[in-house]
Write a protein that binds this ligand. Structure first.
Ligand SMILES: [Zn+2]
Ligand SMILES: [Zn+2]
Length: 154
């Protein structure tokens, strides 16, 4: 586990971490990290990060963003998630990756299912079947409360 809690990884920690890994902390990387953190609750795609990035730091190219995300992924700073909608989503790494997600099919909202129940489920399942689980996914897809309200009723 790299980071105990997701608030830990602020600007200074990132700087420190990248330096430890022999990566320079450039202004572009800082901008990318800020954009990522701003959007993090949405588990943004590369496109979403890029669109926001353009508004705070117009000089960063797609290629730079792409390379930086790849490096951060290799270092475990961020992890990717596949919600089956054709592009990858990112979230901060180092958290317990056993947490689940609810994904709204209409607006793309992502709700995190954290806490003990998810962990207990995986622990119990591993014990019951004697199974060493290396990749855990719990994802529910449908309509969030707001979108469900807006749905035309028949
Ligand atoms: Zn929705
Ligand atoms: Zn998540």
């Amino acid at each position: 586990v790299l980071f105990e809690n997701k608030n830990l990884f602020q600007r200074d920690e990132l700087k420190h971490f990248l330096r430890q890994k022999g990566l320079k902390y450039t202004r572009q990387r800082e901008a990318i990290w800020s954009a990522f953190r701003y959007l993090e609750a949405h588990h943004p795609s590369t496109e979403e990060i890029f669109n926001y990035l353009k508004s705070i730091s117009p000089g960063v190219s797609w290629a730079t963003l792409y390379r930086t995300l790849r490096r951060m992924r290799e270092l475990g700073v961020i992890v990717e998630r596949d919600f089956g909608d054709g592009h990858l989503h990112y979230e901060v790494g180092g958290r317990d990756l056993a947490h689940g997600h609810l994904v709204c099919n209409r607006c793309g909202k992502v709700i995190e299912l954290e806490g003990r129940k998810v962990e207990d489920f995986w622990r119990g399942t591993a014990e019951k079947y004697g199974f060493e689980i290396s990749r855990k996914r719990i994802e529910g897809f449908g309509l969030c409360r707001e979108c469900e309200k807006k749905r035309p009723k028949d």
